[in-house]
Design a protein around this ligand. Structure first.
Ligand SMILES: Cc1cc2nc3c(=O)[nH]c(=O)nc-3n(C[C@H](O)[C@H](O)[C@H](O)COP(=O)(O)OP(=O)(O)OC[C@H]3O[C@@H](n4cnc5c(N)ncnc54)[C@H](O)[C@@H]3O)c2cc1C
Length: 474
């Protein structure tokens, strides 16, 4: 009898932005080979062009990896942690495990694609099977293409084309257990990566707000489907209400797939709030479509005219914005919500971004970088695309001359001031509509004697004229 030497060889599943066991096509395919499976997560901060994740994302990742490791053990799969350049680490693990196949779900950022393509080439040349699967987007970015351009620059036709193409596949269930006998390999200890902040540990507010991991994602989705989605279209712009899904960090880390979200939401009666929610999932697809085609979405304005924009250098104003001390209540509430919970409501993201890029005329890239560091959902596509959209320099962007007035916006979307009162304690007792308005400016820039709240750092009308003049001169 001829023995099959490859019969006992194992498969590697390399986890990246897909930290889940359900609806994970790479994992399901690896287990279906009926060979032992090893899971791998690489903390890669070294490969060319990869953007190291920010502090809030590191906090999230820490707990998410712990949860994934537990779920994988139930499936007989050890999760090996390694730090370093992904190409070196994956090659090393393949040899150490005696693996003959590597599975992963695709990444769509240009730098990540370059890493994956070169690894696929070298592994394949070495006789290793490499399988990549579609998992984190509903529509592969290259499959949607307008007739006369290489990619879509405007959301509406993009989404129309997406909805007119083959519907998203149905989610996969949690796979059966993998064949026993995965090799024992050495790996890093998660604690040694120091993803959780120490000295000081500022994560208390994040801890109180979120449950990273696949189970936490499922709980969020179920809660939204049985509550918020019913009034999503009408209430999603009200930051004081829990009217949106808050699934963004779970989607960012792939603890839930867009397919799972899509089919759960699409099973509701068509029209109205459900469709509005699905179109927001569509915005995520659109941002990734842009990121796939634009290598430097976070560094370069989509509209090249903006490369010559006279951004102001104003470190004191930037710090006031970051700390939520601008003297504009809705702006300060948003920046404090962000600092405390690692998340900010979408409407307030628009207002705070507009305040920085337009009212203060500070380069949107500095705001994008701050969000990148402080958001638990900091997303390589959604964050720069959101900033470019607000700053007026992106694809399908809000025009630069549309400058949000933070007082009028607060009156409209936080009419009773509940959101402001929650995040700006100094204004908790402010009577009625005064809660929306800045305090009287004091020439000395002192805090208001009665409330202790900061005076406005800029006059809205003066700032508006300054921004419009700069834009006109462009
Ligand atoms: C300046 C700025 C920066 C942003 N940075 C990020 C970011 O880093 N990460 C991120 O996920 N979103 C970002 N967004 C988009 C949006 O604010 C968040 O996705 C949303 O607030 C998350 O809350 P939710 O999960 O309750 O959203 P829901 O309203 O429940 O929407 C469901 C999902 O759809 C997607 N989505 C919703 N709105 C958008 C949008 N405008 N663009 C892209 N995807 C969207 C998200 O994945 C979201 O979880 C940014 C928006 C702006 C204006």
């Amino acid at each position: 009898m001829v023995s099959d030497l490859s019969a006992n060889r194992c498969s590697i599943v390399w986890f990246r932005d897909d930290l889940r066991v359900s609806d994970n096509p790479a994992l399901t395919a690896a287990i279906a080979r009926d060979r032992p499976v090893v899971g791998l997560f690489v903390l890669d901060e070294e490969s060319d062009g990869l953007r190291p994740i920010g502090a809030a994302s590191r906090w999230w990742l820490n707990t998410s990896i712990e949860g994934l490791a537990r779920e994988l053990l139930r499936l007989n799969i050890p999760l090996i942690l390694r730090r370093g350049r992904a190409d070196a680490v994956v090659n090393d693990i393949v040899v150490a495990a005696g693996a003959d196949a590597v599975f992963w779900n695709r990444r769509y950022g240009p730098a990540e694609r370059a890493v994956d393509a070169s690894l696929k080439e070298s592994l394949t040349a070495a006789g290793i099977i490499v399988e990549s699967h579609a998992a984190s987007l509903l529509f592969e970015p290259w499959t949607l293409k307008p007739a006369t351009a290489p990619y879509y620059r405007v959301f509406t036709p993009f989404w129309r084309a997406a909805l007119g193409s083959a519907p998203p596949r149905r989610p996969l269930p949690v796979p059966k257990q993998a064949t026993q006998g995965a090799p024992r390999l050495s790996g890093a200890r998660l604690a040694d990566w120091r993803l959780h902040p120490t000295s000081p540990d500022w994560s208390g507010g994040l801890e109180a707000t979120w449950t990273p991991g696949e189970a936490g994602a499922r709980t969020r989705l179920d809660a939204f489907l049985s509550g918020g989605i019913g009034s999503y279209a009408t209430e999603r712009d009200r930051p004081a209400l829990a009217a949106t899904s808050r699934l963004s960090p779970h989607l960012r880390f792939g603890e839930i797939s867009p397919h799972q979200v899509w089919h759960a939401a699409a099973s509701r009666p068509p029209g109205g709030d459900g469709d509005k929610f699905l179109s927001e999932i569509g915005w995520r697809e659109f941002c990734w479509h842009l990121h796939y085609h634009l290598p430097d979405l976070a560094g370069r304005a989509f509209n090249p005219r903006f490369e010559a924009f006279p951004w102001r250098s104003d470190p004191a104003a930037l710090t006031a914005w970051q700390r939520g001390e601008t003297g504009y209540p809705i702006i300060d509430a948003g920046m404090r919500e962000l600092w405390h919970t690692g998340w900010m409501h979408n409407r307030v993201r628009m207002l705070t971004a507009s305040f920085l890029a337009k009212t203060l005329m500070i380069d949107w890239r500095l705001g994008e970088a701050w969000f990148w560091d402080t958001l638990v959902d900091a997303d390589p596509a959604n964050n720069p695309a959101g900033w470019q959209w607000v700053a007026g320099c992106g694809a399908d962007a809000a025009p630069y001359f549309r400058i949000f007035n933070p007082v009028l916006q607060a009156e409209k979307f936080d009419p009773d001031g509940a959101y402001i009162r929650r995040w700006v304690p100094a204004l908790r007792a402010a009577p009625g509509k005064t809660v929306h308005r800045p305090q009287a400016p004091s020439s000395a820039g002192l805090l208001d004697a009665e409330t202790g709240y900061a005076p406005p750092i800029v006059d809205l009308q003066v700032a508006r004229q300054r921004a419009l003049a700069a834009f006109k001169a462009l």
